[in-house]
Design a protein around this ligand. Structure first.
Ligand SMILES: NC(=O)c1ccc[n+]([C@@H]2O[C@H](COP(=O)([O-])OP(=O)(O)OC[C@H]3O[C@@H](n4cnc5c(N)ncnc54)[C@H](OP(=O)(O)O)[C@@H]3O)[C@@H](O)[C@H]2O)c1
Length: 314
């Protein structure tokens, strides 16, 4: 299978890294699938790509968006997907918000919806397809987050999916922690996918710190200003970059022009590196897969672990 036989699906092509990636991939419009909220229509109009409306905060919407891609491939209207770049993600300022399905919003969008998308797209994948999930240095916590985001805190994934958990759920720190933990979860999820699908390539791409993107849009005005106007001076440091520069690495990686044999790996900008020790916890990985399967099943429930009441309180 060569680059010219396949389609490529990118989520979140409307701004930041995803928007830069679409301009960099070099995939012609008829083989480019642009999945996301309504703004994808404008990007599709500008690039000739196929717009697939879906909202990651609503698992039903993810299923139906993915189903339209599966149908197009089955009908021969679209070549099978040789690469899926699950780029879209968000960061919010607390952990009280819920998705349409009632899950904590950060975990819902950054983890559960990614799992749902890949599961739903399976019939549309080309043999040996490359699935790229979006990581972040924040999954390490501490120095690797440059002190900008609270460290991740692993909990049972059913608890991570709860919006109401913890006395500090309404605080900025809880929101940051939810983001960092979602990025730890995405590395665990990539490992779980790779283990269960050895016929595919499943990797994580860490784009580096890209100040100025829309990721900070939920923050206070002062923090947004710093994100746009102050943090860009950090670009002299290693690991701090622009969406355009990071997208060039991502395009080469996603299309297998570099690191073509990597499976279950972690690439930071253009470099293969190791993810955090916490992301290599096999028990956490298996439990995350189990909960992701449970919560993304149509009509998925929050079945508690045996002997533990995890039912939502509101
Ligand atoms: N910026 C950084 O420094 C940094 C560092 C490490 C990792 N990352 C990761 O890189 C990825 C891209 O981030 P970015 O900085 O480019 O952010 P961004 O500028 O905010 O772009 C995020 C994209 O995700 C889409 N999106 C958000 N919520 C969605 C939803 N519910 N349904 C569908 N699409 C949704 C947005 O669409 P709309 O236009 O409709 O909102 C947008 O296209 C994310 O996974 C992020 O976690 C970023």
């Amino acid at each position: 299978m060569t680059e010219t036989d396949i389609s490529v699906l990118v989520t979140g092509p409307t701004r930041g890294l995803g928007r830069a990636l679409v301009g960099t991939l070099g995939v012609p419009g008829p083989r480019l699938v642009l999945a996301g909220r309504p703004g994808v229509g404008d990007v599709a109009a500008a690039t000739g790509g196929r717009a697939v409306p879906l909202d990651l905060a609503d698992l039903g919407s993810v299923r139906s968006g993915a189903a339209s891609v599966v149908d197009a491939v089955a009908a021969g209207a679209l070549p099978p997907l040789g690469a899926v770049v699950a780029n879209a993600g968000l960061q919010v300022t607390d952990r009280r918000r819920r998705s349409a399905d009632g899950h904590e919003l950060t975990f819902a969008v950054n983890v559960l919806a990614q799992h749902q998308l890949l599961r739903s797209l399976e019939p549309a994948l080309a043999p040996g397809a490359h699935l790229v999930l979006l990581g972040s240095g924040t999954h390490w916590g501490g120095r690797r987050s440059m002190g900008l985001v609270a460290a991740p805190r692993w909990e049972d994934p059913l608890d991570l999916a709860r919006a109401d958990l913890g006395a500090d759920a309404g605080t900025r720190v809880a929101g940051q922690r939810a983001y960092a933990t979602s990025k730890l979860a995405i590395v665990l999820l990539a490992h779980a996918w790779q283990r269960r699908h050895p016929e595919l390539r499943v990797n994580v791409y860490d784009p580096g710190l890209m100040p100025g993107t829309g990721l900070a849009r939920d923050m206070s005005a002062a923090r947004r200003w710093a994100w746009r106007r102050v943090l860009p001076v950090l670009r002299v440091l290693p690991g701090v970059t622009t969406p355009a520069a990071s997208a060039r690495h991502l395009a080469d990686f996603a299309l297998g022009r570099v690191h073509a044999d990597l499976r279950g790996g972690y690439v930071e900008l253009g470099r293969v590196t190791r993810s955090s020790p916490a992301s290599h916890d096999r028990a956490a990985e298996d439990r995350l897969w189990e909960v992701a399967e449970q919560l993304t099943a149509p009509g998925g429930t929050r079945r508690p672990r045996v002997g533990v009441d995890r039912s939502p309180t509101s």
